[in-house]
Write a protein that binds this ligand. Structure first.
Ligand code: APR
Ligand code: PHB
Length: 411
């Protein structure tokens, strides 16, 4: 029967980042991923990284390509009432965000894991988790036509919203909080130069629009659309036309269009489960929380969970102390709810919820207030670049594959 210290379920950014940081701290782990490597690598997701996430990726020794290929943005623009207003992140926070696709982050992490000879098992089917309420958690999965059993000290549920780990939590042991939004985001990727040097979040009477990018030659655009919209109803020409209508005139004039290389519709929801810890099972990233993409918090929140969990596990294996992992849930939930609140607020401010002109006037009044108030702009900027991490974060400086501490008795 195979054994490891931490079984990581899911090879999305959460699972891969956790696995890499544990490895750098000498903690043995196995990653089990249901999909193929190609499928995971091919996912198109957002691409704005907070400075805290960049730090953690550097700590995980996967920051080289990020540093050389990212676009550093000291600000972004708000479009509304036909005008465009720049939010100066640098002035209000001293910080900037990095535009670097989540697809690239996942690629860098996968490459690093495989280069280090990680036990990264793709196409692991029928994963089940058990015994995490006791002292000997175990994971079962089938791979290569055989069923495998993996004993471990802890299970990290990094398997996303549709994963098995949260669903394996006993009935009544958790509480879910959910908010659905009555619209989705229709997004396209196109190899055309971005319309502006920085992102533009546009509030418009026809609905929200976002101008983003992946590089100086690859643009990512989104328009808010009804949830039941079908892709076939949106040929490229209609998309470009609708986008133009939702942007301030001088931005619309500068728009360079071209054939889309990817097009998809994503629903918007806010979701949090409490608590995040069930005995020796920890829920991480999208397995525990979902935010609408408006605030670009999804990946950054997942990275923040990983930061707290890997430090807690490192402390546990190094010292036998479990304060860090005991506080994982409470500490992360404080940050999660602040990011959920920000993402909900930013979505409420910039999206069209009804045909009610009074609501739109309220949004315009709030945008007018916001863009005229230093205090409000500072609040927006600090939430956008990512709120500071709690002081309790013990900086477990990664040491090259330091000796593997044995598992001290834990509860
Ligand atoms: N067994 C094994 N793997 C599973 C299972 C299962 N039963 N269910 C899901 N998975 C895998 C998925 O195939 C996926 O690769 O878990 C991984 C979860 O990855 P993500 O959904 O990307 O979640 P996470 O790693 O937490 O990343 C969060 O992703 O969706 C974005 O906006 C979100 O940026 C955020 C980031
Ligand atoms: C993206 O580039 O895909 C993106 C950027 C910012 C967001 C959401 C998505 O808020």
């Amino acid at each position: 029967m195979a054994r490891t210290q931490v079984a990581v379920i899911g090879a999305g950014p959460s699972g891969l980042l956790l696995s890499q940081l544990l490895y750098l701290n000498g903690i043995d782990n196995v990653v089990l991923e249901r999909q193929s490597r190609e499928h995971v690598a091919g996912r198109i997701r957002a691409g704005v990284l907070e400075p805290g996430t960049v730090d953690l990726l550097l700590q995980a020794k996967v920051g080289e390509r990020l540093l050389s290929e990212r676009l550093v943005h000291d600000g972004f623009a708000l479009g509304f009432a036909g005008r465009s207003f720049r939010v100066d992140l640098k002035r209000f926070t001293g910080d900037a965000v990095s535009v670097y696709g989540q697809t690239e982050v996942t690629k860098d992490l996968t490459d690093a894991r495989l280069a280090a000879g990680a036990k990264l098992i793709f196409d692991a089917a029928e994963v089940s988790v058990e015994g995490f309420d006791g002292a000997h958690p175990m994971v079962r999965y089938s791979h290569g036509g055989r069923t495998h059993e993996l004993n471990c000290d802890f299970i990290a549920g990094c398997d996303g919203y549709h994963g098995v780990c949260r669903r394996s939590v006993p009935e009544g042991a958790s509480q879910s909080f959910e908010r659905f939004y009555p619209f989705g985001w229709l997004g396209i990727l196109a190899d055309v130069p971005p319309v502006a040097d920085e992102l533009i979040y546009s509030n418009n009477a026809r609905g929200f629009a976002l101008c983003s990018m992946r590089s100086l030659m690859r643009s990512r655009y989104y328009v808010q659309c009804p949830l039941d919209e079908k892709l076939e109803q949106w040929p490229d020409e209609r998309f470009w036309d609708e986008l133009r209508r939702r942007l301030p005139a001088q931005v619309a004039e500068a728009l360079v269009t071209g054939p889309s290389i990817e097009k998809s519709i994503a629903p918007l929801r806010s979701f949090v489960v409490e608590p995040l810890t069930f005995g020796r099972l920890f829920l991480v990233g999208d397995a525990a929380h979902i935010v609408p993409p408006t605030g670009a918090k999804g990946l950054n929140l997942a990275a923040a969970d990983v930061r707290v969990l890997f430090q807690g596990l490192t402390e546990y294996y190094r010292t036998g102390r479990s304060e860090g992992i005991d506080r994982y849930s409470e500490q992360c939930l404080r940050r999660i709810w602040k990011a959920v609140r920000f993402s909900w607020w930013f979505t409420s401010l910039t999206h069209k919820f009804s045909e009610d002109p009074f609501s739109h006037r309220l949004q315009l009044a709030e945008l007018d207030y916001l863009t005229g108030s230093e205090a409000a702009l500072a609040s927006l900027a600090e939430n956008y670049v990512g709120l500071p991490f709690e002081r309790t974060d013990c900086k477990a400086a990664p040491s090259e594959t330091s000796a593997v501490p044995t598992a001290p008795p834990h509860r």
